[in-house]
Design a protein around this ligand. Structure first.
Ligand code: NAP
Length: 249
């Protein structure tokens, strides 16, 4: 028996990278997974990878109506949520002088506002004893040039994990965050940088990582399932770094 047999697990941003790896890991351990995202081709790919037991729901976390539709669909299909992995996120890099209001709004709306209202709208469905996991970032602990808005959005999320953990104590719902280091995912192609700049960034980051390698989505997924499982029954309000020592050594 897997740790998530018959548990209902909802994953935002589950159509690629860390979210899809987590969906596979939860499903392997018996969960009924619901994954969301926006891109039709990666949603179709996720549907193929996860098989017919998974529910794939196109959802833009910045759109209130999409979130309402998502949770109505989950209510109709499963009637409850046991684990919410609020993972959808974006990253665009620019120095403060080069940050437009549109870029600022897109990042904050996705990473913080999106996660906040995902949780708010999921709360009526969350079962007693359930778990919420957020995806923050190593940027919360480091002042990396060019990341001012992404870092602030993730710091807001990290703080939200604490207050939410307090508010949900009476319902025995634990709230934690995983903080990935540098992980090889499609995110690097979405930064708004040229291929050459991505390569250069990768080399620069590699020098900073004590483990001398990037993480894999599967390594992050293992930490997510741990925090969501009863193995972490006495853990709430924490941010777990999964980063090859990047923020600790
Ligand atoms: N990779 C890293 O090095 C790293 C480091 C620290 C933190 N993180 C965090 O890890 C999380 C997962 O990222 P990843 O690395 O796995 O990259 P990814 O493959 O690009 O995953 C991001 C996911 O978020 C979804 N998403 C973005 N905007 C959305 C929106 N408005 N509505 C709904 N879904 C949206 C994407 O779906 P669509 O493609 O369909 O939009 C995608 O499924 C993010 O929160 C990211 O900030 C990643």
């Amino acid at each position: 028996m897997g740790r998530f047999t018959n548990k209902v697990v909802v994953i935002t941003g589950g159509n690629g990278g860390i979210g899809l790896a987590a969906a596979q890991e939860f499903a392997r351990e018996g969960a009924k997974v619901v994954v969301t995202g926006r891109n039709p081709s990666s949603l179709a790919e996720a549907e193929k990878v996860l098989g017919p037991d998974a529910l794939v729901v196109p959802t833009d976390v910045t759109k209130s109506a999409d979130l309402d539709d998502l949770f109505q669909t989950v209510r109709d299909r499963h009637g409850r949520i046991d684990v919410l992995f609020a993972n959808a996120g974006t990253a665009k890099l620019a120095p403060v002088e080069g940050t437009s209001e549109a870029m600022f709004d897109e990042i904050i709306n996705t990473n913080f506002r999106g996660a906040y209202f995902t949780v708010q709208k999921a709360l009526p469905l969350l079962s007693e004893g359930g778990a919420i996991v957020f995806t923050t970032s190593w940027f919360v602990q480091a002042g990396v040039a060019g990341t001012s808005v992404v870092s602030a959005s993730k710091a807001a999320l990290r703080n939200f994990a604490r207050t939410l953990a307090s508010e949900l104590l009476p319902r025995k719902i634990r709230v934690n965050a995983i903080s990935p280091g540098v992980v090889e995912t499609p995110l690097f192609g979405k930064l708004g940088l040229s291929e050459a700049s991505v390569q250069e960034l990768g080399q620069h980051l590699m020098q900073r990582i004590p483990a001398k390698r990037f993480g894999t989505p599967e390594e992050i997924a293992k930490a997510v399932t741990f925090l969501a499982s009863d193995d972490a029954s006495y853990i709430t309000g924490v941010e777990l770094a999964v980063d090859g020592g990047l923020t600790q050594l």
